[in-house]
Structures are given as structure tokens and as C-alpha cells.
Design a protein around this ligand. Structure first.
Ligand SMILES: C[S@@+](CC[C@H](N)C(=O)[O-])C[C@H]1O[C@@H](n2cnc3c(N)ncnc32)[C@H](O)[C@@H]1O
Length: 234
């Protein structure tokens, strides 16, 4: 049985589709990019990582290979079934409440741009709740002007990813449509995105008890944040 789709999110194509419209078979075949390198350069080797929205383990497996211990969280059990070598937890991120705390919490894949601000704050509060006081949270955010550079396409392995459209659906939210075309299959993904200025992004972190330490990449898409104050002092 498929879990209920999140409002404004949908996907088409072969295999299971997650509530946010991602295709499991697609994410199981997409090659990993430079994300594990960015992460590995920013955090201590051997760190214990909590990866939120891990999907089918595209980044998880590369991080395990680099010697990190990873706990992978996703609301899609079908995604998690593809992960090997990591502890997996099937849960929505917003409601996650593990007894454990981690050296590093990862919130990648632009999840911080959730259309609903309450979801976004839930995601960031989960990051804060699960990071040790001297640890860090790594967030991947959209590049500036991404919604203006449409249509655009990039190659991923033997497939092509095309951002077909991004249109305003009101209240500062965009609806984005992407297609993934491979020789043997085609998937589409429609999702909501709330672009965030640097100020709005940093305010959202602050509202969740996090503060930006540094931007890790020249395009400012990867951000390292830390707890604003130890939780017991709040
Ligand atoms: C775009 S995919 C990216 C997966 C993986 N991070 C990667 O880069 O390959 C997003 C994943 O996050 C999960 N996800 C999105 N929102 C979520 C939420 N609020 N709680 C739990 N999982 C979520 C989806 O089920 C999906 O597997």
C-alpha cells in the first residue's frame, strides 16, 4: 500500500512512488554526485551521522564507504529497503524522536525548501533535537536563481534530468516539474518549493535553535550550522 501523497507532491513512472513524489527505482539508479565529498571535508572522520530523507541510499552508501557510521531516516520503507550497511528508521522527519544524538545531522536534497513553513520548521527542529551540542547540522539548499533558470537539463549517467517548469502557486511557493528520461524508463516528479533568501534561511535556522557557522561551497548551497546554545540552557 502506498502512503498518502503530500499535498502538491506527485510522481509518475515505474515502481513505488514516495509521499513526496520520488520514484524509488529512479533514486536507486541515480549516481551520487559530490555530496559525500562536501560532507567528508566538513566533518570529523568516523563521525556518527544521522541522514534525514536518505532515500534509497545514494549518499548513504558513499558515506559508509568513507568510514562514517550512518543512521538513515526516510518515511518510505520501500526506499529504505535498498539501503545496506546502515541502521534504517522508517519515520517522517518532523515526528522523529530518537533516544540517540549524533555528531552530524544531514538535511540534504533541498528538503529545507518544503512548501509548508510548518513542515520546514519541523524538519529543522528535528535536526536540532538530534545533534550533540558540539556537533553540526549540514543543510543543502537551492542555488540562487534556480527557479529562473528553467527549463534546464543535466546528464546523470545514461539519463537526462530536465527541469521542465517552475511556476508560482501563491504565498511565495513554486510548483516544480522535473522529468528523468533513461533509455528504458521515464519518471516525472512534481513538488513544492519555497525559495528562501539568505536572510529567511538563516532566520528559519535561528527559529529552530541553529546558527550558521559557514557556507561550505562557493554557490552557498551547502551550509554548516551548529546549535545556537546547548539545549539544557534553553
Ligand atoms: C529527493 S529524494 C532524495 C533522497 C536522497 N537524499 C538522495 O539524495 O538520493 C527525497 C527523499 O526524502 C524523503 N522525504 C521527503 N520528505 C520527508 C519527510 N518529511 N519525512 C521523511 N522522509 C521524507 C522521501 O521519501 C525521499 O526518499
Amino acid at each position: 500500500m502506498q502512503a498518502q501523497a503530500r499535498e502538491g507532491y506527485r510522481g509518475t513512472g515505474p515502481g513505488d512512488i514516495t509521499p513526496d513524489g520520488c520514484a524509488v527505482q529512479l533514486y536507486a539508479r541515480l549516481p551520487v554526485g559530490n555530496e559525500p565529498d562536501v560532507i567528508a571535508a566538513a566533518v570529523p572522520s568516523q563521525a556518527r551521522l544521522l541522514e534525514l530523507g536518505s532515500g534509497a541510499g545514494r549518499m548513504t552508501h558513499a558515506l559508509l564507504e568513507r568510514g562514517f557510521e550512518v543512521t538513515a531516516v526516510d518515511e518510505s520503507p520501500a526506499m529504505l529497503e535498498r539501503i545496506h550497511g546502515a541502521r534504517t528508521v522508517a519515520s517522517s522527519i518532523e515526528t522523529l524522536d530518537l533516544a540517540d544524538r549524533f555528531d552530524v545531522v544531514l538535511l540534504a536534497s533541498f528538503l529545507v525548501h518544503a512548501g509548508d513553513p510548518r513542515v520546514r520548521q519541523g524538519l529543522l527542529e528535528t535536526c536540532r533535537r538530534h545533534v550533540v551540542d558540539d556537533g553540526c547540522v549540514l543543510v543543502q539548499r537551492e542555488g540562487a536563481d534556480w527557479h529562473d533558470q528553467v527549463p534546464r537539463e543535466t546528464r546523470h549517467g545514461d539519463g537526462v534530468v530536465r527541469v521542465l517548469s517552475s511556476h508560482d502557486v501563491g504565498d511565495g511557493v513554486r510548483s516544480v516539474e522535473v522529468e528523468y528520461v533513461f533509455p528504458d524508463a521515464r519518471w516525472t516528479h512534481t513538488f513544492r518549493s519555497r525559495p528562501l533568501s539568505t536572510e529567511a534561511f538563516e532566520q528559519a535556522l535561528q527559529d529552530a535553535g541553529l546558527v550558521v557557522d559557514r557556507y561550505l561551497t562557493p554557490d552557498h548551497t551547502w551550509v554548516q550550522a551548529r546549535p545556537a546554545v546547548p539545549e539544557e540552557d534553553t
